[in-house]
Design a protein around this ligand. Sequence first.
Ligand SMILES: *[C@@H]1O[C@H](CO)[C@@H](O)[C@H](O)[C@H]1NC(C)=O
Ligand SMILES: *[C@@H]1O[C@H](CO)[C@@H](O)[C@H](O)[C@H]1NC(C)=O
Ligand SMILES: *[C@@H]1O[C@H](CO)[C@@H](O)[C@H](O)[C@H]1NC(C)=O
Ligand SMILES: *[C@@H]1O[C@H](CO)[C@@H](O)[C@H](O)[C@H]1NC(C)=O
Ligand SMILES: *[C@@H]1O[C@H](CO)[C@@H](O)[C@H](O)[C@H]1NC(C)=O
Ligand SMILES: *[C@@H]1O[C@H](CO)[C@@H](O)[C@H](O)[C@H]1NC(C)=O
Length: 565
Amino acid sequence: MAPHTSASLLAAITTWMISGSRASIQRPGLLPTPPMGFNDWSRFECAINQSVFTETADAMVSKGLLTAGYNRINIDDCWMADARTEEGKLTWNETLFPNGLPWLGEYLQDRGFHFGIYEDAGNETCGGYPGSYGYEEVDAHTFASWGIDYLKVDGCHVTPSTEDEYHKRYAAWHKAFSKMSDPLIFSQSAPAYFSLWLTGSDNLTDWFTVMDWVPYNGELARHSSDILVYVGVEGLSGWESVMQNYNYNTQVARYQVPGYFNDPDFLIADNPELSLDEKRSQFALWASFSAPLIISAWIPSLPDEVVSYLKNSDLIEIDQDPLAQQATLVSRDDSFDVLTRSLANGDRVVTVLNRGNSTDDISISALRLGLLNTKRTYSAKNLWTGEFIRFQGSLEIRGLASHATAVFRINLSGPSSFGVSPTGMIFNAASTKCLTAGSKSEEVEFTTCAATDAQVWQIRPLLSTISPLSAPSLCLTATAGKVLLEDCELLKFTQEWEYSVSGYLTNKHTHECMTEMAGASLSECQYEVDSQLWLHIVIGNYLIYAYFLDIPLSLYATERNGVEI
Ligand SMILES: *[C@@H]1O[C@H](CO)[C@@H](O)[C@H](O)[C@H]1NC(C)=O
Ligand SMILES: *[C@@H]1O[C@H](CO)[C@@H](O)[C@H](O)[C@H]1NC(C)=O
Ligand SMILES: *[C@@H]1O[C@H](CO)[C@@H](O)[C@H](O)[C@H]1NC(C)=O
Ligand SMILES: *[C@@H]1O[C@H](CO)[C@@H](O)[C@H](O)[C@H]1NC(C)=O
Ligand SMILES: *[C@@H]1O[C@H](CO)[C@@H](O)[C@H](O)[C@H]1NC(C)=O
Ligand SMILES: *[C@@H]1O[C@H](CO)[C@@H](O)[C@H](O)[C@H]1NC(C)=O
């Protein structure tokens, strides 16, 4: 296939993804881009009242945050009265909300905000208030009658706490919304209850099983750990908490499409444990992920330096890009994480996080960024400073502070564009090891991620081959139960691979799955087993290309190995 201009290609795909019937998200128009706004939880936990929300709304208007796009105000747990009314309806605590929630809804809407709320799939909320189990339909209508259009459903007190039971409870909400002409946006906390964070088990089968169904059920999933609350708790530091949620999000990238978003939780913009660089990093990383940008902070007192980064329009534009691609990892070592993604106009984003403890420089080759024309001079905008730089061969970043994040937007429009190839790490979320190339006729292995060219893989979309940047003429080849590197040959089925939202990397000839077991082997695809779950790839953008080239790759399978999801 001739290289195409990315802009028209991506625009066509965007249109398809938003309107297309192939995507199984049933209402992609309900939330085409991630939500932005405020939630009280991490900042106030249960210490809420009416004025927290009215004063926050007023401050969001006066500080320009509403104009910047933060147009949702969501109430979290502890807003309810101790019991339902005699008619079995939910009602608010009248001491905390003297004017009532419908009044608050009007107050917010008059100022241009949407109004959101919290409930729980069990009999009680996490804070011990009445849960919604058995009342899903009643409660959905109650919320709608209060002017609410966004609901987060937590998963405390669900018994038995099996994957199957969670599926039933969250499906009941989905069913209730399906009957409404104006359904609520549905944020689901179900996966968090199966993540390592809550189960303590590194068996990820149930976590990914839940991730398989949440995109059918609603628009968002709170997939893992809660971000640190304002009043620090024993355990993780503020930065460790941000990194924990960031890491979980990298493991579920493949699920995100316009209309369904992975939610790594709130922006803790006034948490005293975070430095300004760390807060800015959280914002830049979340924007690179096209994650929800929901601030949990006392906004009336936010200093200008914080308000100003939260309003960075270049980063917000990336967050709200209609393609909704989540940036994925190109490389990782002790110091730097490098992530890339594409935007609807064909531009490429590169995000670089310095996880290390000292200020450092990094040079990233154009090939690692997925840019096929290594001779071209590219123009890139530094989205923190607004400055344009030009580079050829590699992008040089100098003096990136510890825990800071740089973001560049590479301009790929223009006639000389050669397009982009999906390029990045292939790693196992369970073992966190990276697929690593050796030389010809050698088996590939899983080793510690070290940001070498032997760990950066490039897909040739039309051919469906996968080669390491360290040896671009060699291709991953299925050979008698093993995966070897052999000379790339045209139309050789044992060198053709499929990758889908299931996470499996499947050989087209043998129909077996790549497996982390005694090196990298090929074995029968099994249901969400850890040894095959390393295919939380992270080969940036493969889904997009696969669609365009009509590779028979299902964006969302409805069935996997005979098991309905
Ligand atoms: C409302 O809640 C905030 C935050 O907890 C608190 O500072 C304030 O005193 C409360 N206001 C009233 C009227 O209780
Ligand atoms: C309402 O909230 C107040 C303050 O937290 C609490 O003392 C009271 O018991 C609550 N009232 C009801 C009816 O739940
Ligand atoms: C939870 O609610 C369900 C449905 O209303 C009810 O059948 C069940 O007994 C309740 N369980 C507990 C422990 O209260
Ligand atoms: C992992 O969890 C799944 C689902 O609960 C279970 O079927 C499977 O046996 C577990 N695997 C191991 C190795 O324990
Ligand atoms: C950075 O410092 C922290 C805390 O002192 C330490 O745990 C961590 O290992 C250091 N990281 C590196 C890459 O040296
Ligand atoms: C991107 O490049 C094109 C073609 O060179 C140019 O017309 C356009 O102005 C550039 N965009 C930006 C934002 O610099």
